[in-house]
Ligand binder design. Structure first.
Ligand SMILES: Cc1ncc(COP(=O)(O)O)c(C=O)c1O
Length: 275
């Protein structure tokens, strides 16, 4: 039930290129993972988007309703860039209600407390996509994988995927990383603790709207001061992501959770700027 790819990007790309046509409609959120959107545009695939609310969350009922008129669903779970994640119960409701493929992209799944992994055996239309790029810190290795119904992974691996999807070094390093996954699990717990610390600290400032996150980053709206905050951080050697307008928020910034020292440096720089 597993297929691999040169990063999960390649798996998503091959699914779009091979399963979709110009008349395919894909239901997703606004915002969603930028690469996925760009590939849909490249293949002229229609994206039906449900926008995030002001609180940066989504309602599963909206997806279930809209799913009636689409051919495929894509959700990054947790979502990049908001960190939002539906509960498994909600996702199961959606997958059950829909007969076409549902792609759940758990690129940041290890930083959250839930996964749809156990639903794959129950729902043959569920395609779970994962990667070693985020939690394992191996983005340069380009190892992504998909867990889905055997009928689909067999077609994917034997027909859709290139004959030699991964190079030998990536295979060997990937195996080593998976063998050491117990050591890596402790890092996830630490990142979750640090994420709580960053969120709590940022929430102290009225200047920001801060959103809860299930990923290894935190999104906040600096309400028009985003360029000022971004530039001040750059001067201190701290690079965060400037996202600008998202949903009804005008000045969004996304900070990745680093080591405790890195997060302290970030929070001190924010304090110096705002206090
Ligand atoms: C939601 C999501 N999915 C997939 C990817 C791609 O990861 P990779 O191709 O490195 O496996 C990313 C990378 O940013 C992402 O944010």
């Amino acid at each position: 039930m597993i297929s691999v790819g040169n990063g999960s990007d390649q798996i998503l790309d091959l699914i779009l290129a091979n399963l979709c046509t110009k008349s395919t409609k894909i239901l997703t959120s606004e915002p969603t993972f930028g690469f996925f959107e760009e590939r849909c545009k490249l293949y002229s695939i229609n994206q039906i988007k449900i926008p995030f609310s002001k609180n940066m969350d989504l309602r599963i009922e909206d997806f279930i309703k809209k799913a009636k008129s689409v051919d495929m669903i894509y959700l990054d779970s947790p979502n990049n860039p908001t960190g939002f994640q539906f509960s498994n119960k909600d996702l199961e409701k959606l997958i059950k209600s829909f007969s076409g493929p549902v792609i759940i992209d758990e690129a940041y799944g290890e930083f959250s407390n839930s996964s749809v992994l156990r639903l794959v055996k129950k729902y043959p239309n569920l395609i779970l996509v994962k990667t070693l790029s985020k939690a394992f810190g191996l983005a340069g290795l380009r190892v992504g994988y998909m867990i889905a119904d055997k009928k689909f992974t067999e077609i994917f691996s034997n027909v859709i995927q290139y004959p030699y999807p991964l190079n030998t070094i990536a295979i060997e390093c990937g195996i080593l990383a998976l063998e050491k996954s117990k050591q890596i699990t402790s890092i996830f717990e630490n990142i979750k603790k640090q994420r709580t610390r960053v969120i709590q600290n940022l929430k102290k400032y009225d200047a920001f709207d801060v959103f809860d996150s299930n990923a290894n980053f935190v999104l906040f709206d600096a309400k028009g001061a985003d360029t000022r905050v971004y530039n001040a951080l750059i001067e201190q050697g701290i690079s965060i992501r400037k996202l600008g307008k998202l949903a009804s928020h005008k000045g969004c910034l996304r900070v990745t959770i680093g080591t405790s020292d890195m997060n302290s440096k970030f929070l001190l720089a924010i304090r110096d700027l705002l206090e």
